[in-house]
Design a protein around this ligand. Structure first.
Ligand code: G6P
Length: 494
Protein backbone atom coordinates (compact mmCIF):
# COMPACT_ATOMS: atom_id res chain seq x y z
CA UNK A 1 0.00 0.00 0.00
CA UNK A 2 1.36 3.41 -0.90
CA UNK A 3 1.17 6.40 1.37
CA UNK A 4 -2.10 8.30 0.85
CA UNK A 5 -0.39 11.66 0.63
CA UNK A 6 2.12 11.03 -2.06
CA UNK A 7 1.38 7.53 -3.31
CA UNK A 8 4.94 6.39 -3.01
CA UNK A 9 6.92 4.01 -0.79
CA UNK A 10 8.69 5.57 2.20
CA UNK A 11 12.25 4.75 3.26
CA UNK A 12 13.44 6.13 6.61
CA UNK A 13 17.08 6.31 7.66
CA UNK A 14 18.09 7.03 11.25
CA UNK A 15 20.96 6.05 13.48
CA UNK A 16 18.55 4.31 15.87
CA UNK A 17 16.10 1.73 14.66
CA UNK A 18 12.43 1.66 15.64
CA UNK A 19 13.07 -1.53 17.61
CA UNK A 20 16.04 -3.20 19.26
CA UNK A 21 16.33 -6.96 19.38
CA UNK A 22 17.22 -8.54 22.70
CA UNK A 23 17.09 -12.02 24.12
CA UNK A 24 14.27 -12.66 26.59
CA UNK A 25 14.39 -15.02 29.61
CA UNK A 26 13.78 -18.00 27.34
CA UNK A 27 16.69 -16.99 25.13
CA UNK A 28 14.53 -15.91 22.21
CA UNK A 29 15.19 -12.75 20.22
CA UNK A 30 12.37 -10.28 20.79
CA UNK A 31 11.88 -6.77 19.46
CA UNK A 32 11.73 -3.97 22.06
CA UNK A 33 10.14 -0.87 20.63
CA UNK A 34 11.81 2.50 21.20
CA UNK A 35 9.72 5.04 23.10
CA UNK A 36 9.05 8.53 21.86
CA UNK A 37 7.27 10.57 19.27
CA UNK A 38 9.75 10.07 16.46
CA UNK A 39 9.26 6.32 16.31
CA UNK A 40 5.48 6.71 16.58
CA UNK A 41 5.30 9.31 13.84
CA UNK A 42 7.58 7.54 11.41
CA UNK A 43 6.18 4.08 12.00
CA UNK A 44 2.73 5.44 11.24
CA UNK A 45 3.89 6.49 7.77
CA UNK A 46 5.92 3.33 7.23
CA UNK A 47 3.13 0.99 8.20
CA UNK A 48 0.70 2.66 5.84
CA UNK A 49 3.22 2.49 3.06
CA UNK A 50 4.71 -0.91 3.86
CA UNK A 51 8.02 0.94 3.88
CA UNK A 52 11.48 0.35 5.26
CA UNK A 53 13.55 1.75 8.13
CA UNK A 54 17.35 1.62 7.75
CA UNK A 55 19.37 1.98 10.97
CA UNK A 56 22.70 1.09 12.55
CA UNK A 57 22.72 -2.17 14.51
CA UNK A 58 23.00 -1.16 18.17
CA UNK A 59 22.74 -4.52 19.92
CA UNK A 60 24.04 -8.04 19.40
CA UNK A 61 20.40 -9.03 18.81
CA UNK A 62 20.10 -6.51 15.94
CA UNK A 63 23.19 -8.04 14.32
CA UNK A 64 21.98 -11.60 14.74
CA UNK A 65 18.58 -10.75 13.29
CA UNK A 66 20.06 -9.08 10.24
CA UNK A 67 22.45 -11.94 9.49
CA UNK A 68 19.60 -14.43 9.78
CA UNK A 69 17.23 -12.48 7.52
CA UNK A 70 16.87 -12.25 3.77
CA UNK A 71 19.39 -9.71 2.41
CA UNK A 72 19.42 -8.04 5.84
CA UNK A 73 15.75 -7.07 5.66
CA UNK A 74 13.65 -8.01 8.70
CA UNK A 75 9.90 -8.04 8.12
CA UNK A 76 7.92 -6.62 10.98
CA UNK A 77 4.18 -7.23 11.20
CA UNK A 78 2.83 -5.57 14.32
CA UNK A 79 -0.98 -5.59 14.58
CA UNK A 80 -1.49 -6.60 10.95
CA UNK A 81 0.53 -3.69 9.53
CA UNK A 82 3.85 -4.37 7.91
CA UNK A 83 7.16 -2.66 7.39
CA UNK A 84 10.78 -3.67 7.07
CA UNK A 85 13.88 -2.92 9.11
CA UNK A 86 17.40 -3.18 7.78
CA UNK A 87 20.40 -2.78 10.06
CA UNK A 88 23.87 -1.78 9.02
CA UNK A 89 26.48 -3.76 10.86
CA UNK A 90 29.29 -1.30 11.54
CA UNK A 91 32.64 -2.30 13.08
CA UNK A 92 32.83 -1.13 16.74
CA UNK A 93 35.79 1.24 16.27
CA UNK A 94 34.23 2.86 13.20
CA UNK A 95 30.90 3.17 14.99
CA UNK A 96 32.63 4.71 18.01
CA UNK A 97 34.23 7.39 15.81
CA UNK A 98 30.99 8.13 13.92
CA UNK A 99 28.58 8.05 16.89
CA UNK A 100 30.53 8.98 20.01
CA UNK A 101 33.26 11.19 18.61
CA UNK A 102 31.72 13.09 15.71
CA UNK A 103 27.96 12.86 16.29
CA UNK A 104 27.81 13.22 20.05
CA UNK A 105 31.00 14.99 21.08
CA UNK A 106 31.24 17.39 18.17
CA UNK A 107 27.99 17.89 16.25
CA UNK A 108 25.71 17.60 19.30
CA UNK A 109 27.93 19.96 21.29
CA UNK A 110 28.00 22.46 18.44
CA UNK A 111 24.27 22.52 17.80
CA UNK A 112 23.51 22.88 21.52
CA UNK A 113 26.22 25.47 22.29
CA UNK A 114 27.77 23.14 24.86
CA UNK A 115 31.43 24.00 24.43
CA UNK A 116 33.38 25.88 27.06
CA UNK A 117 35.15 27.87 24.37
CA UNK A 118 38.14 28.90 26.49
CA UNK A 119 39.30 25.29 26.38
CA UNK A 120 37.23 23.38 23.90
CA UNK A 121 36.95 22.48 21.14
CA UNK A 122 40.58 22.04 20.07
CA UNK A 123 40.39 20.04 16.86
CA UNK A 124 43.50 17.95 16.22
CA UNK A 125 44.31 14.79 14.27
CA UNK A 126 41.93 12.43 16.13
CA UNK A 127 38.91 14.57 15.19
CA UNK A 128 39.95 14.48 11.53
CA UNK A 129 40.46 10.77 11.63
CA UNK A 130 37.08 10.28 13.31
CA UNK A 131 35.54 12.49 10.63
CA UNK A 132 36.76 10.11 7.94
CA UNK A 133 34.81 7.32 9.70
CA UNK A 134 31.74 9.53 9.95
CA UNK A 135 31.98 10.11 6.18
CA UNK A 136 32.39 6.38 5.65
CA UNK A 137 29.32 5.44 7.72
CA UNK A 138 27.21 8.09 5.96
CA UNK A 139 28.37 6.69 2.61
CA UNK A 140 27.41 3.19 3.67
CA UNK A 141 23.93 4.35 4.67
CA UNK A 142 23.57 6.07 1.28
CA UNK A 143 24.56 2.88 -0.56
CA UNK A 144 21.99 0.79 1.28
CA UNK A 145 19.33 3.44 0.69
CA UNK A 146 20.13 3.56 -3.01
CA UNK A 147 20.02 -0.23 -3.23
CA UNK A 148 16.66 -0.35 -1.44
CA UNK A 149 15.37 2.41 -3.70
CA UNK A 150 16.21 0.29 -6.76
CA UNK A 151 14.27 -2.57 -5.25
CA UNK A 152 11.18 -0.54 -4.32
CA UNK A 153 8.15 -0.41 -6.58
CA UNK A 154 8.03 3.23 -7.61
CA UNK A 155 10.37 6.02 -6.65
CA UNK A 156 10.51 6.23 -2.84
CA UNK A 157 10.33 9.23 -0.53
CA UNK A 158 13.52 9.20 1.55
CA UNK A 159 13.19 10.58 5.07
CA UNK A 160 16.69 10.96 6.57
CA UNK A 161 16.91 11.77 10.28
CA UNK A 162 19.25 13.97 12.26
CA UNK A 163 22.87 15.02 12.65
CA UNK A 164 24.26 11.49 12.56
CA UNK A 165 23.35 11.28 8.89
CA UNK A 166 24.01 14.82 7.68
CA UNK A 167 26.04 13.69 4.65
CA UNK A 168 23.60 11.04 3.47
CA UNK A 169 21.53 13.40 1.28
CA UNK A 170 24.58 14.33 -0.80
CA UNK A 171 25.90 10.77 -1.16
CA UNK A 172 22.46 9.45 -2.01
CA UNK A 173 21.96 12.23 -4.56
CA UNK A 174 25.21 11.15 -6.26
CA UNK A 175 23.92 7.59 -6.50
CA UNK A 176 20.33 8.46 -7.43
CA UNK A 177 20.20 11.97 -8.90
CA UNK A 178 16.39 11.93 -9.24
CA UNK A 179 15.68 10.73 -5.69
CA UNK A 180 13.23 12.65 -3.52
CA UNK A 181 15.13 13.31 -0.31
CA UNK A 182 14.07 15.05 2.90
CA UNK A 183 16.45 15.47 5.83
CA UNK A 184 15.06 16.38 9.25
CA UNK A 185 17.10 17.83 12.15
CA UNK A 186 15.68 16.99 15.57
CA UNK A 187 18.23 19.19 17.32
CA UNK A 188 18.57 22.91 17.65
CA UNK A 189 20.93 24.34 15.02
CA UNK A 190 24.01 26.43 15.74
CA UNK A 191 24.18 29.98 14.42
CA UNK A 192 26.94 30.95 11.96
CA UNK A 193 29.68 31.93 14.43
CA UNK A 194 29.37 28.70 16.34
CA UNK A 195 28.97 26.61 13.18
CA UNK A 196 32.20 28.04 11.84
CA UNK A 197 34.15 26.74 14.81
CA UNK A 198 34.31 23.43 12.99
CA UNK A 199 37.44 23.00 10.86
CA UNK A 200 36.77 24.54 7.45
CA UNK A 201 36.71 21.32 5.48
CA UNK A 202 34.30 19.64 7.91
CA UNK A 203 32.05 22.68 8.04
CA UNK A 204 31.88 22.78 4.23
CA UNK A 205 31.27 19.06 3.86
CA UNK A 206 28.53 19.14 6.46
CA UNK A 207 26.57 21.92 4.77
CA UNK A 208 27.19 20.44 1.37
CA UNK A 209 26.00 17.05 2.63
CA UNK A 210 22.71 18.40 3.95
CA UNK A 211 22.18 20.46 0.81
CA UNK A 212 21.99 17.25 -1.21
CA UNK A 213 18.36 17.03 0.02
CA UNK A 214 15.30 18.55 -1.66
CA UNK A 215 13.91 19.64 1.67
CA UNK A 216 15.56 20.33 5.02
CA UNK A 217 13.17 20.21 7.97
CA UNK A 218 13.49 21.69 11.46
CA UNK A 219 11.26 21.80 14.55
CA UNK A 220 11.40 25.55 15.09
CA UNK A 221 11.68 28.69 12.92
CA UNK A 222 14.72 29.69 15.00
CA UNK A 223 16.64 26.56 13.94
CA UNK A 224 15.63 27.00 10.29
CA UNK A 225 16.83 30.59 10.42
CA UNK A 226 20.14 29.59 12.01
CA UNK A 227 20.64 27.06 9.25
CA UNK A 228 19.98 29.64 6.54
CA UNK A 229 22.36 32.11 8.19
CA UNK A 230 25.06 29.46 8.62
CA UNK A 231 24.64 28.31 5.02
CA UNK A 232 25.28 31.86 3.76
CA UNK A 233 28.98 31.29 4.42
CA UNK A 234 29.03 28.29 2.18
CA UNK A 235 30.66 28.74 -1.21
CA UNK A 236 28.75 28.53 -4.47
CA UNK A 237 25.18 28.72 -3.21
CA UNK A 238 22.50 31.42 -3.02
CA UNK A 239 20.51 31.77 0.15
CA UNK A 240 17.10 33.38 -0.15
CA UNK A 241 16.20 34.24 3.45
CA UNK A 242 12.79 35.67 2.55
CA UNK A 243 11.58 32.57 0.69
CA UNK A 244 13.48 30.15 2.93
CA UNK A 245 15.22 28.55 -0.02
CA UNK A 246 18.76 27.77 -1.05
CA UNK A 247 19.93 27.44 -4.65
CA UNK A 248 22.81 25.10 -5.25
CA UNK A 249 24.26 23.84 -8.55
CA UNK A 250 21.05 23.87 -10.54
CA UNK A 251 18.89 22.63 -7.66
CA UNK A 252 16.58 24.25 -5.20
CA UNK A 253 16.54 23.25 -1.51
CA UNK A 254 13.48 24.22 0.56
CA UNK A 255 13.97 24.97 4.26
CA UNK A 256 10.82 24.06 6.16
CA UNK A 257 9.52 24.03 9.72
CA UNK A 258 7.45 21.07 10.96
CA UNK A 259 7.13 20.86 14.75
CA UNK A 260 6.67 17.27 15.89
CA UNK A 261 4.21 16.37 18.63
CA UNK A 262 3.30 13.30 20.65
CA UNK A 263 0.55 10.78 20.02
CA UNK A 264 -2.17 11.47 22.61
CA UNK A 265 -4.04 8.19 22.22
CA UNK A 266 -0.92 6.05 22.32
CA UNK A 267 0.34 7.88 25.41
CA UNK A 268 -2.91 7.59 27.29
CA UNK A 269 -3.09 3.88 26.48
CA UNK A 270 0.49 3.44 27.66
CA UNK A 271 -0.33 5.31 30.88
CA UNK A 272 -3.26 3.00 31.68
CA UNK A 273 -1.37 -0.30 31.95
CA UNK A 274 -1.30 -2.21 35.27
CA UNK A 275 2.47 -1.56 35.49
CA UNK A 276 2.00 2.21 35.28
CA UNK A 277 -0.94 2.15 37.66
CA UNK A 278 1.13 0.25 40.23
CA UNK A 279 4.01 2.70 39.83
CA UNK A 280 1.59 5.59 40.29
CA UNK A 281 0.26 4.15 43.55
CA UNK A 282 3.80 3.67 44.82
CA UNK A 283 4.73 7.25 43.90
CA UNK A 284 1.57 8.72 45.37
CA UNK A 285 2.32 6.99 48.67
CA UNK A 286 5.91 8.23 48.61
CA UNK A 287 4.80 11.79 47.85
CA UNK A 288 2.17 11.94 50.58
CA UNK A 289 0.74 15.44 51.01
CA UNK A 290 3.79 17.20 49.63
CA UNK A 291 3.65 19.24 46.41
CA UNK A 292 5.65 17.60 43.63
CA UNK A 293 8.15 19.24 41.32
CA UNK A 294 9.13 16.79 38.58
CA UNK A 295 11.74 16.60 35.88
CA UNK A 296 12.13 13.75 33.39
CA UNK A 297 15.18 13.82 31.16
CA UNK A 298 17.99 11.91 29.63
CA UNK A 299 21.05 12.53 31.78
CA UNK A 300 22.15 15.04 29.21
CA UNK A 301 24.27 18.16 29.35
CA UNK A 302 21.84 20.32 27.41
CA UNK A 303 19.00 19.61 29.87
CA UNK A 304 20.45 21.99 32.47
CA UNK A 305 19.88 19.71 35.43
CA UNK A 306 22.40 21.29 37.82
CA UNK A 307 21.09 24.84 37.40
CA UNK A 308 17.59 23.43 37.89
CA UNK A 309 18.64 22.01 41.28
CA UNK A 310 20.24 25.33 42.23
CA UNK A 311 17.03 27.19 41.42
CA UNK A 312 15.12 24.79 43.66
CA UNK A 313 17.72 25.25 46.38
CA UNK A 314 17.27 29.03 46.14
CA UNK A 315 13.50 28.60 46.44
CA UNK A 316 13.95 26.50 49.58
CA UNK A 317 16.44 28.89 51.15
CA UNK A 318 14.16 31.85 50.55
CA UNK A 319 11.09 30.11 51.89
CA UNK A 320 11.74 27.75 54.81
CA UNK A 321 7.97 27.21 55.05
CA UNK A 322 8.32 24.93 52.03
CA UNK A 323 10.68 22.54 53.83
CA UNK A 324 8.96 19.20 54.18
CA UNK A 325 6.05 20.38 52.04
CA UNK A 326 7.58 20.02 48.62
CA UNK A 327 9.55 17.27 46.92
CA UNK A 328 11.63 17.37 43.77
CA UNK A 329 11.66 14.10 41.82
CA UNK A 330 14.35 13.96 39.12
CA UNK A 331 13.95 10.93 36.85
CA UNK A 332 17.10 10.83 34.76
CA UNK A 333 17.91 8.06 32.31
CA UNK A 334 21.60 7.40 31.68
CA UNK A 335 22.62 8.46 28.19
CA UNK A 336 25.72 8.25 25.97
CA UNK A 337 27.80 6.82 28.77
CA UNK A 338 30.78 6.26 26.45
CA UNK A 339 31.26 10.03 26.23
CA UNK A 340 33.42 11.27 29.15
CA UNK A 341 31.61 14.62 29.42
CA UNK A 342 28.33 12.79 30.04
CA UNK A 343 29.87 10.68 32.79
CA UNK A 344 31.32 13.78 34.42
CA UNK A 345 28.04 15.67 34.15
CA UNK A 346 26.13 12.76 35.69
CA UNK A 347 28.55 12.91 38.64
CA UNK A 348 27.98 16.66 38.97
CA UNK A 349 24.21 16.18 39.03
CA UNK A 350 24.46 13.56 41.76
CA UNK A 351 26.94 15.62 43.80
CA UNK A 352 24.75 18.72 43.60
CA UNK A 353 21.62 16.84 44.68
CA UNK A 354 23.56 15.21 47.55
CA UNK A 355 24.90 18.57 48.70
CA UNK A 356 21.44 20.16 48.71
CA UNK A 357 19.96 17.15 50.50
CA UNK A 358 22.74 17.28 53.12
CA UNK A 359 22.45 21.00 53.71
CA UNK A 360 18.68 21.38 53.68
CA UNK A 361 17.16 17.96 54.35
CA UNK A 362 16.65 16.13 57.62
CA UNK A 363 15.69 12.64 58.78
CA UNK A 364 12.08 13.09 57.76
CA UNK A 365 12.51 14.92 54.46
CA UNK A 366 14.85 14.58 51.47
CA UNK A 367 14.48 17.65 49.22
CA UNK A 368 15.60 15.92 45.98
CA UNK A 369 14.86 12.34 45.01
CA UNK A 370 17.12 11.17 42.20
CA UNK A 371 16.11 8.15 40.14
CA UNK A 372 18.85 7.30 37.71
CA UNK A 373 17.53 4.64 35.38
CA UNK A 374 15.60 4.15 32.17
CA UNK A 375 12.03 3.96 33.44
CA UNK A 376 9.35 5.02 30.98
CA UNK A 377 6.46 3.43 32.93
CA UNK A 378 7.74 5.28 36.02
CA UNK A 379 7.83 8.56 34.08
CA UNK A 380 4.25 8.04 32.87
CA UNK A 381 3.22 7.41 36.48
CA UNK A 382 4.99 10.56 37.70
CA UNK A 383 3.49 12.70 34.92
CA UNK A 384 0.05 12.10 36.44
CA UNK A 385 1.13 13.44 39.82
CA UNK A 386 3.24 16.55 39.37
CA UNK A 387 2.24 20.04 40.51
CA UNK A 388 5.13 21.58 38.60
CA UNK A 389 6.98 20.11 35.61
CA UNK A 390 10.41 21.63 35.16
CA UNK A 391 11.73 21.66 31.59
CA UNK A 392 14.63 24.10 31.56
CA UNK A 393 17.09 23.03 28.83
CA UNK A 394 19.99 25.26 27.88
CA UNK A 395 18.75 24.74 24.35
CA UNK A 396 16.67 21.92 22.88
CA UNK A 397 15.49 21.01 19.38
CA UNK A 398 11.93 20.40 20.59
CA UNK A 399 11.47 18.60 23.96
CA UNK A 400 8.72 16.02 24.12
CA UNK A 401 8.56 15.87 27.93
CA UNK A 402 6.93 19.32 27.83
CA UNK A 403 4.13 17.72 25.77
CA UNK A 404 3.88 14.31 27.40
CA UNK A 405 3.50 15.71 30.93
CA UNK A 406 0.46 17.94 30.31
CA UNK A 407 -1.30 15.13 28.38
CA UNK A 408 -1.10 12.72 31.31
CA UNK A 409 -1.15 15.05 34.33
CA UNK A 410 -4.19 14.92 36.64
CA UNK A 411 -3.41 17.78 38.99
CA UNK A 412 -3.62 20.83 36.71
CA UNK A 413 0.14 20.97 37.03
CA UNK A 414 2.13 23.95 35.80
CA UNK A 415 4.82 23.74 33.12
CA UNK A 416 7.99 25.77 33.75
CA UNK A 417 9.55 25.95 30.29
CA UNK A 418 12.82 27.24 28.90
CA UNK A 419 12.47 29.87 26.21
CA UNK A 420 15.21 27.98 24.35
CA UNK A 421 13.24 24.76 23.86
CA UNK A 422 11.72 24.29 20.42
CA UNK A 423 8.47 23.39 22.22
CA UNK A 424 8.31 26.93 23.60
CA UNK A 425 7.12 28.24 20.23
CA UNK A 426 3.76 26.50 20.54
CA UNK A 427 3.42 25.91 24.27
CA UNK A 428 5.07 29.03 25.68
CA UNK A 429 1.90 31.02 26.18
CA UNK A 430 0.53 28.46 28.64
CA UNK A 431 3.83 27.88 30.46
CA UNK A 432 5.81 29.88 33.01
CA UNK A 433 8.75 30.92 30.83
CA UNK A 434 12.37 30.87 32.03
CA UNK A 435 15.79 31.92 30.83
CA UNK A 436 17.71 28.70 31.53
CA UNK A 437 20.87 30.58 32.53
CA UNK A 438 19.14 32.71 35.17
CA UNK A 439 18.92 30.76 38.41
CA UNK A 440 17.01 33.58 40.14
CA UNK A 441 14.36 33.68 37.42
CA UNK A 442 14.02 29.90 37.58
CA UNK A 443 13.60 30.02 41.39
CA UNK A 444 10.94 32.74 40.96
CA UNK A 445 9.21 30.63 38.30
CA UNK A 446 9.05 27.62 40.62
CA UNK A 447 7.47 29.81 43.31
CA UNK A 448 5.01 31.32 40.82
CA UNK A 449 4.06 27.85 39.66
CA UNK A 450 3.58 26.51 43.20
CA UNK A 451 1.47 29.52 44.21
CA UNK A 452 -0.63 29.80 41.06
CA UNK A 453 -4.36 29.90 41.80
CA UNK A 454 -6.40 26.88 40.78
CA UNK A 455 -8.36 28.58 37.97
CA UNK A 456 -5.23 29.85 36.33
CA UNK A 457 -3.46 26.49 36.59
CA UNK A 458 -6.44 24.72 35.20
CA UNK A 459 -6.81 27.16 32.27
CA UNK A 460 -3.15 26.69 31.36
CA UNK A 461 -3.19 22.92 31.77
CA UNK A 462 -6.20 22.62 29.49
CA UNK A 463 -4.57 24.93 26.96
CA UNK A 464 -1.42 22.80 26.91
CA UNK A 465 -3.12 19.47 26.35
CA UNK A 466 -5.41 21.00 23.72
CA UNK A 467 -2.40 22.32 21.81
CA UNK A 468 -0.57 19.01 21.97
CA UNK A 469 -3.61 17.05 20.81
CA UNK A 470 -4.26 19.45 17.95
CA UNK A 471 -1.00 18.46 16.27
CA UNK A 472 -0.94 14.67 15.85
CA UNK A 473 2.39 13.09 14.81
CA UNK A 474 0.95 12.06 11.42
CA UNK A 475 0.78 15.73 10.51
CA UNK A 476 4.53 16.02 11.00
CA UNK A 477 5.26 13.19 8.53
CA UNK A 478 2.56 14.18 6.06
CA UNK A 479 3.92 17.74 5.96
CA UNK A 480 7.29 16.39 4.89
CA UNK A 481 5.82 14.07 2.29
CA UNK A 482 3.80 16.96 0.87
CA UNK A 483 7.02 19.02 0.71
CA UNK A 484 8.60 16.26 -1.34
CA UNK A 485 5.63 16.18 -3.69
CA UNK A 486 6.05 19.91 -4.23
CA UNK A 487 9.77 19.39 -4.84
CA UNK A 488 8.97 16.77 -7.47
CA UNK A 489 6.44 19.08 -9.16
CA UNK A 490 8.94 21.96 -9.18
CA UNK A 491 11.52 19.70 -10.72
CA UNK A 492 9.12 18.55 -13.44
CA UNK A 493 8.11 22.07 -14.36
CA UNK A 494 11.73 23.37 -14.36
C1 G6P B 1 18.04 13.32 20.50
C2 G6P B 1 18.41 13.09 19.05
C3 G6P B 1 17.99 11.72 18.59
C4 G6P B 1 18.56 10.68 19.54
C5 G6P B 1 18.10 10.97 20.97
C6 G6P B 1 18.67 9.98 21.99
O1 G6P B 1 16.67 13.42 20.66
O2 G6P B 1 17.84 14.10 18.24
O3 G6P B 1 18.49 11.46 17.29
O4 G6P B 1 18.18 9.37 19.16
O5 G6P B 1 18.53 12.27 21.32
O6 G6P B 1 20.06 9.92 21.91
P1 G6P B 1 20.85 8.59 21.55
O7 G6P B 1 22.27 9.03 21.37
O8 G6P B 1 20.66 7.71 22.74
O9 G6P B 1 20.24 8.00 20.32
Amino acid sequence: MAHPVNERPVIVAANRGPVTFERDERGELVARRGAGGLVTALLGALQEAGGLWVAAAMSEGDREMSTASDRGRIDMTPFGASYGVRYLDIEPDVYDAYYNHISNRILWFMHHYLWDTVRSPAFAEPAREAWSHYVDVNRRFAHVLAEEGERATGSPAYLIQDYHLALVPRFLRELRPEALIAHFSHTSIAGPMYFRMLPDGIHEELLDGMLGADVLGFHSPAWAENFLLSARWHRGIRVDLGRSRIQTTGRDVAIRVHPISVDGDAMRTAAATPEVRAARRELAAWKGDARLILRVDRLELSKNIVRGFRAYEMLLRRDPELHGRVRFLAMLSPSRTDVPQYVQYAEECVAEADRINDELGDDAWTPIELRLREDYPGALAAYALYDVLMVNPVIDGMNLVAMEGPLINRRHGVLVLSRNAGAFGRLGRYAVPVNPFDVVEMADALRTALQMPFDERSRRARGLSRLVLSNPPARWVNGQLADLDRARDRRRSA
